[in-house]
Design a protein around this ligand. Structure first.
Ligand code: BGC
Length: 399
């Protein structure tokens, strides 16, 4: 479950290492669900699972273990458990924050009589990390650059102060979901523009996800829109003079794909951009307005890519990683023009690799659909452990 789509995947892990077979269906998360009622959310997800299951899953093989990729910050005391800390990415559904989401999904699935049990809940970044490492052992970090943005890496338990009381073996590895979207919620470090401030103020959760609100796909179109409205209303600049910009005034009416199309406009005279503005916003543009618009998308896209590189570099510095692959997924990474190059260029600058370095030692590589595969790997490992009688970290069924 992500911020824009829900995917249901059936994944088969054969005997051969690094291999998997996947069948999947993608469903859109309906806009009204994001601020609707909790039951409606779980019913919708269970409906999608049911549809998929009835269509694809012919053989009856007993209880099917489900890995639930839940792309929101959750507190996890067990692998099959996750208390939602706070909604992000514009979601605002009452009655879920502070609760374990696993029974909510399981109840909706059970109501439909489906033989499915949630074996594991994981964050999408952890899923991406595990899936990428499953196919490429040089992977050390998993990232999502999509509607939201975040990363995960493996840490030794001995370096996690909040787990000291558990007295675990300090060398045991544990996946850390960084939730770096919440970096600088105190607004002490990142230079924010008036547009960043407004996005935060008008969001369902002001003061949260400060970093995410500057880099993630959900916000790129809105930053762009706010700048244009400001330039229009501001008497000194006066773009789109004398035109009705009502369509542009609608919050969140432009998504990141609008910026992508502008950045991709191949024509010197930016004629595709001109058509886009006319078609979607009913705004006529002259040459200098078009140049300003293109430059604006470049600035917004470049800032997002460069700030994202700071996150990767921070993990590499903390863990003293000198070379690795970073598995990445998400619409911004996969579809936003130049994101990868801008991100790589920033990483080179921050980590200060010599200019004659032939191949970047730390490389961000695509891990498309990784989070689903990662969830399946974790669900399979958990089931294996249970079969072996090792119940550590597994929540026992309610009495
Ligand atoms: C969530 C993270 C998630 C990221 C990418 C953020 O809004 O807080 O848990 O990993 O989006 O989907």
């Amino acid at each position: 479950m992500g911020g824009t789509n829900l995917r249901v995947c059936e994944i088969t892990l054969p005997e051969e290492k690094s291999e998997f077979d996947i069948i999947q269906s993608k469903y859109r998360m309906p806009e009204e669900l994001k601020t609707g009622k909790s039951e409606e959310l779980w019913e919708y997800i269970a409906d999608c699972v049911q549809q998929f299951f009835e269509f694809h899953h012919e053989e009856e093989t007993g209880v099917v273990p489900l890995g639930f990729t839940f792309s929101y910050p959750a507190t996890q005391n067990y692998i099959n458990h996750g208390i939602l800390q706070t909604w992000t990415k514009g979601f605002d559904i009452e009655g879920v924050e502070g609760h374990d989401v696993v029974p909510m999904l399981e109840d909706a699935i059970a109501k439909r009589g489906l033989p499915i049990k949630v074996s594991a809940l994981i964050n999408d970044t952890t899923g991406t990390l595990i899936a990428s490492a499953y196919t490429d052992i040089s992977t050390k970090i998993g990232c999502i650059f999509g509607t939201g943005c975040n990363a995960a890496y493996m840490e030794n338990v001995g370096s996690i102060p909040k787990l000291a009381h558990l007295k675990l073996d300090p060398d045991t590895s544990m996946a850390i979901n960084c939730e770096w979207g919440a970096f600088d919620n105190e607004h002490l470090v990142l230079p924010r523009t008036a547009y960043d401030v407004k996005i935060d103020r008008d969001s369902p959760r002001p003061g949260q996800q400060a970093f995410e609100k500057m880099v993630a796909g959900l916000y790129l179109g809105e930053i762009f829109r706010l700048v244009l409205v400001d330039l229009h209303d501001n008497n000194e600049v006066n773009i789109f003079e004398g035109q009705n910009i009502e369509r542009l005034r609608k919050p969140y009416s432009l998504d990141a794909s609008f910026l992508s199309s502008i950045e991709e406009d191949p024509y010197e005279n930016l004629s595709e951009t001109q058509d886009l503005l006319l078609k979607y916003l009913d705004i006529n543009t002259n040459r200098s307005e078009l140049e300003l618009i293109r430059r604006l998308t470049e600035l917004i896209g470049t800032r997002a890519a460069r700030l994202s590189a700071c996150g990767i570099a921070a993990i590499c510095k903390k863990k003293n990683i000198k070379s690795c692959h970073v598995g990445a997924d998400g619409s911004v990474f996969n579809k936003y023009p130049h994101f990868k190059e801008r991100n790589a260029a920033a990483l080179r600058e921050i980590l200060d690799w010599p200019s004659d370095t032939r191949k970047d030692p730390i490389e961000v590589v695509a891990s498309e659909d990784g989070s689903g595969v990662g969830a399946a790997v974790i669900a399979a490992l958990t089931n294996q452990r249970i079969r072996d009688g090792n119940l550590a970290g597994v929540k026992p069924p309610a009495a």
